[in-house]
Design a protein around this ligand. Structure first.
Ligand SMILES: [Zn+2]
Length: 216
């Protein structure tokens, strides 16, 4: 049935700006704490675990089970001191990621995206940023990786409402990195053979500072 009130049509969990993008910069501390206090921190899967190397399933049911998963993801993200976490990083093959990430202006962004899709941007609009990138699933390793410094993702919030999220700088990198995870890709899959090998060497030589799931 058609809604008369246009405000109601856009009633997602978070407010939206004039262009329809979620405002994920308000009440970050309260929202992040609210999620993680309901959740349980879980160990992080690492490169080589099959769950990280295949596309996750679309989320089709929005309810308490999904919210529990999201709460566990926020708890795990905090324990591992991450700025973003995909569901398969705690072993669940579902298309959901959470983030709690500053952009290059130091503004904190906190949110959840279900069934994300990266919006293709025209090549002319792309400016590459070759900052360092790391991943909780490749513990202790970092490598420079060129990525567009602006990204947009479409998807749904935890209640199933359609949302659009956009970000610049480090946060744009996060949106691309987390969406990649849910399609079975790690950032090291985008590195040269040499840089990938170096990242795996860094991982082998150092101890993670959080619990990980041992690979068989
Ligand atoms: Zn990652």
């Amino acid at each position: 049935m058609a809604q008369q009130d246009t405000d109601q049509q856009h009633a997602g969990v978070l407010p939206v700006d004039d262009e329809g993008y979620v405002v994920d910069t308000e009440d970050c501390e309260e929202r992040e704490t609210g999620w993680r206090e309901r959740g349980t921190s879980r160990p992080i899967t690492v490169v080589g675990n099959p769950v990280l190397h295949k596309e996750c399933a679309d989320v089709t049911e929005f309810g308490p089970e999904l919210e529990e998963l999201i709460a566990d993801m926020f708890a795990s993200q905090r324990t591992a001191e991450g700025v973003g976490l995909a569901a398969n990083q705690i072993g669940v093959s579902r298309k959901v990621f959470v983030y709690d990430c500053p952009d290059d202006d130091g503004v904190r962004h906190t949110g959840v995206v279900v069934n994300p899709r990266l919006v293709e941007l025209p090549a002319a609009a792309r400016r590459l940023d070759d900052s360092n990138e790391g991943c909780l699933s490749v513990p202790t390793a970092y490598a420079p990786l060129a990525r567009p410094d602006y990204a947009e993702v479409t998807g749904q919030d935890e209640k199933g409402n359609p949302i659009k999220v956009r970000g610049t700088g480090y946060f744009a990198r996060c949106l691309q990195h987390e969406t990649d995870h849910l399609y079975g890709y790690l950032y090291i899959d985008r590195l040269s053979k040499r840089d990938r090998k170096d990242a795996l060497r860094q991982m082998a030589e150092n101890e993670p500072r959080y619990d990980v799931v041992a690979n068989d």
